[in-house]
Design a binder for this molecule. Sequence first.
Ligand code: GYE
Length: 331
Amino acid sequence: MKRKTFLRSAAAVASVAAVVALSACGGADSPDAGGDGGGGGDTISIGFSQVGAESGWRAANTKSIQDTLTEENGFKLSFSDAQQKQENQIQAIRSYIAQGQDVIAFSPVVETGWDAVLQEAQAAGIPVILTDRAVDTEDDSLYESFIGSDFVLEGERAGNWVAENFDGESMKLVELQGTTGSAPAIDRKEGFAAAIDGTDIELVDSQTGDFTRAGGKQVMEGFLNSHNDIDIVFAHNDDMGLGAIEAIEAAGLTPGEDVKIVTIDAVKDGMQALADGKINYIVECNPMLGEDLAEIAKKVVAGEEVEKRIVVEDAEFDQQQAAEALPDRLY
Ligand code: GYE
């Protein structure tokens, strides 16, 4: 995966402000809100197909998109929730094509199987922007830009923390995977495995909890039943880690002490559990993608060139850093 850093420069912010000002001049109730494909100061109609509402991360991501793609900002947003099902997303994208939206954006629930519907959008002349998750395609002309974190790097950072702290202690580790076939589940698994490769940390089990709290709890219960001495949990997101905490406590063990937990996301509930000592380390995945999406959508409609890959920067937190960051945490 190519890495390229996108820095939101003062100039870029100024140009967005200029477009917003232009659209304000055109009048809030200009007749083109239905999507005439025109750019300039006109309202941009955008159809967004969201993965679902599976996690705290997703809730924060949805809020960021809905708070940014507003009429005041020059957008008319049509939003749909696919309930973690690819067929629902394909259906939503087809209806956005039929409606003649100016732009289609979506966060693909899984990586493969998008070429046909993306070709339909391309044939209709509607640009597509990917947010959060990537698609696996040979033809990258099928989308304009992909905005999101580097999930391999996130997994690697979680694995590096485990390796640095526990190599040499013959620890047994279980993994709670995200949604099967999704980019973050595939990439985080890969990055983590590479980071602990060559250590004496043993991966004793790995199953999907579908990025949900209930899924994480259920899978962790199964792990605790079939393995005697689990030392570490790597959960692909905070929610599954929080579910695992419930299962560990129900088994009479102390999360963060008897069983160490490392997760990815750094949403508020996860950060609270980290500050409380129940999680040991979190690698952030920034869900605030709305502003970048707004900026890229405006550029695409204006016929300007956009970066094919915009990598969102993420931090990482130990327990003390979480306690310090919590009061100002936005998500
Ligand atoms: O980590 C998880 C969510 O695609 C980055 O999806 C996103 C992941 C996030 O359900 O919490």
